[in-house]
Design a protein around this ligand. Structure first.
Ligand code: NAI
Length: 343
């Protein structure tokens, strides 16, 4: 099937082309993000492959449907950027990759925790500058401390497993508690108890109406003084201005972000020669106890192979008229399929 692939970078071409050598789709690569302005590029192409910062609002979907597109194949797990109601009305089916290497995101989360705690980002610069002083680099043992994991799906569970291996006590919050997490000795608690009892809080729930700004001024007020906050899930879970206030007051002792609520205009572009216009983001960058990465949690060779294969298999199922196991249907906004595990 012809597939218009948006937001293509070199690595997307490489991994999708390799996976496609076994499947024989016709891939048409476009570098721009998918928006209402760029959607016409897909005219006449039945399948559109989109990524996390593509905008699949009603306007974009109407143009795609008018151009003959019938399938949206997301090469991501999250689908908060798709207007599912509009897609259903327009007869567009939407598939995603529900599970690919949860280790990629989980390990990146742990990398942020370890780097923030032991100030690796500062130590690296210091030593290169010939400054071997340890002042200001004091960390704490993870062993025996408490981590609060919000969202214990596939990634949150993997994070809980790794950190329980470090000897951390795990507090968890999820409307659907997970037995595997309990096996790590985790305790499911209400959010206020999690905020109050955790030395480190890490977010792994999806961004939906209920979870938008889940970490706001009130939540930060419930945290232990000096708590570390890590978000590798979706930027909109965190109220960035409230977090800046929390960092300034010392309530938040360290912040690790792989996602940011206004990341679309920033991440995956080289803006190194330009003036960043987002003052909230620029302020976050000034704190010595903040590490921000540009949505690279998923970015391992293993994950890219799995995402590419699963995306193209989703399209092959659609083309062959087989059931779409990874379809996201509008009724409840969650996927109703068994969720084919990627390769
Ligand atoms: P998942 O669907 O397996 O797990 C999400 C869990 O969050 C579920 O158990 C669900 O019950 C829970 N949840 C829903 N509402 C909640 C609430 N109000 N409070 C607490 N828990 C709640 O998803 P998965 O694969 O574990 O991914 C988690 C998130 O990670 C995704 O939604 C996506 O936004 C993000 N992600 C980030 C990547 C990156 O590169 N940084 C890559 C892949 C995913």
């Amino acid at each position: 099937m012809r597939i218009a692939v948006f937001s293509t970078r070199n690595y997307d071409r490489e991994f999708l082309s390799a996976a496609n050598s076994r499947l024989g789709h016709e891939l048409v690569f476009f570098e721009p993000r998918l928006t209402a302005e760029t959607a016409r590029l897909a005219a006449g192409i039945p399948a559109v492959c989109a990524f996390v910062n593509d905008e699949l609002g009603r306007g974009t979907l109407e143009i795609l449907a008018a151009g003959g597109t019938t399938l949206i194949a997301l090469r991501s797990a999250g689908f908060n950027n798709v207007d599912l109601a509009a897609a259903a009305e327009l007869g567009l089916r939407v598939v995603r990759v529900p599970a690919y290497s949860p280790h990629a995101v989980a390990e990146h989360t742990v990398a942020l925790i370890l780097a923030l705690n032991r100030k690796i980002h500062r130590a690296y610069q210091r030593v290169r500058d010939g400054n071997f002083s340890l002042d200001g680099l004091l960390g704490f043992d993870l062993n025996g401390r408490a981590v609060g994991v919000i969202g214990t799906g596939i990634i949150g569970t993997t994070v809980a497993g790794i950190l329980s291996g470090f000897g951390m006590c795990v507090l968890a919050s999820d409307p659907f508690p997970n037995e595997r997490v309990r096996e790590f000795g985790a305790l499911y608690v209400e959010l206020p108890e999690l905020f109050a009892g955790s030395d480190i809080i890490t977010l792994h729930c999806p961004l939906v109406a209920d979870t938008a700004h889940l970490v706001d001024r009130a939540a930060i007020g419930q945290m232990r003084r000096g708590a570390m906050l890590v978000n590798t899930s979706r930027g909109g879970l965190v109220d960035s201005k409230a977090v800046i206030a929390g960092l300034k007051s010392g309530r938040i002792g360290a912040l690790g972000l792989d996602v940011y609520e206004e990341e679309t205009e920033l991440f995956s572009h080289d803006l190194s020669g330009q003036i960043i216009q987002d003052d909230v983001f620029s302020r976050l960058l000034t704190f010595p106890n903040v590490i921000i990465t540009a949505h690279q949690g998923y970015f391992t060779a293993d994950a890219l192979e799995q995402i590419s294969t699963a995306t193209l298999l989703n399209v092959a199922d659609f083309e062959a008229g087989r059931p779409l196991v990874n379809e996201i249907r509008f009724e409840s906004g969650v996927d109703h399929g068994g969720g084919r595990r990627a390769a």
